[in-house]
Design a protein around this ligand. Structure first.
Ligand SMILES: [Zn+2]
Length: 294
């Protein structure tokens, strides 16, 4: 092998090594989380008791599912954070939920939590993950890819694995944590010019979801004095979203919770946690003594 060729292979090897290292570090960093959420994540990775399984195992999209069990397995409930990587209150609240559930065990049912559903979108602080130019950008938006596909682009595979998870574990209620740039009244002011929801609870059009969302919305709005900052209710999640999947495919209650990004992050996290815990409370997941004010 001549000298130039040797140098070429050395450089090639170096490049491959560096890019592998970057990919590894990229998917294993957690500086996108608050110190509190990072601490919870570290605690849960050290004690494997609540770790259940990874989705997208062996890929850079690999992400953990945690499980909290009671004596009786039903109902199975799934809470998803980090569907959109630029909506931090969702994944931050999901980590707080892990912490809460490890200290307040469910009396009934099994609760699964995926704090970082679309991990690569979260790491890069983006709504979507990149897709090839020839493909519509929504193919990188996890909340437009349900029920997903077993092969193909990562967001479709991720959606498929969540769909299969719901099917296999006979999940009976789904909560997906999101954020909106607006309050609900601002959306009305746009008069249909924008299609994003404001701060609201979006529920599937079935009786249980409707009842739960009305109760929970009234409860959370008691904590909000300014009328224009209150949560509103919206029936019918957007097609191919996780909550849509819950209603359309599985005929179970599904919720998309949207907090407004104009509020401080801590407030949005508290809203997500309070709404989620109140839904769980309404499902009789906790003992009476645990039913404090969330
Ligand atoms: Zn979202």
């Amino acid at each position: 092998m001549n000298y130039h060729r040797l140098n070429f292979y050395k450089a090639l090897f170096g490049t491959i090594l560096i890019s592998l290292l970057f990919t590894y570090c990229d998917s294993n960093r957690s500086d996108y989380l608050s110190e509190f959420a990072s601490q919870i994540k570290r605690n849960f990775s050290h004690q494997r008791h609540y770790f259940y399984q990874n989705l997208m195992p062996g890929t850079k999209h690999e992400t953990a599912v945690y499980r909290f069990q009671s004596e009786s397995p039903n109902p199975g409930i799934i809470v998803i954070g980090g569907t959109h990587g630029d909506e931090p209150a969702g994944f931050e609240a999901a980590y707080r939920l892990l912490d809460y559930l490890s200290k307040n065990h469910p009396l009934k049912g099994t609760i699964y939590v995926i704090p970082e559903a679309n991990k690569m979108a979260i790491i890069h602080g983006e709504r979507r993950i990149p897709v090839p130019e020839s493909v519509a950008i929504d193919a990188g938006d996890l909340n437009r890819c349900y029920p997903g596909r077993p092969e193909g682009l990562p967001a479709y595979r991720l959606a498929y694995q969540i769909t299969e998870f719901i099917k296999i574990h006979q999940i009976q209620l789904l909560i997906d944590l999101h954020e909106s740039p607006y309050f609900a009244h601002e959306i009305h002011a746009f008069e249909g010019e924008i299609s994003v929801p404001g701060q609201c609870i979006i529920y599937t059009g079935n009786e249980i979801a409707s009842r739960l969302s009305h109760v929970v919305c009234e409860h959370i709005n008691q904590q909000i004095s300014a009328h224009e900052k209150k949560f509103t209710l919206k029936e019918g999640p957007i097609e191919n979203s996780a909550a849509w999947l819950a209603g359309a495919h599985f005929k179970i209650p599904g919720f998309t919770i949207e907090t407004c990004k104009k509020l401080p992050l801590e407030k949005r996290i508290q809203f997500h946690l309070a709404i989620t815990l109140n839904i769980l409370k309404e499902m009789d997941i906790f003992q009476d003594s645990q039913k404090g004010n969330f």
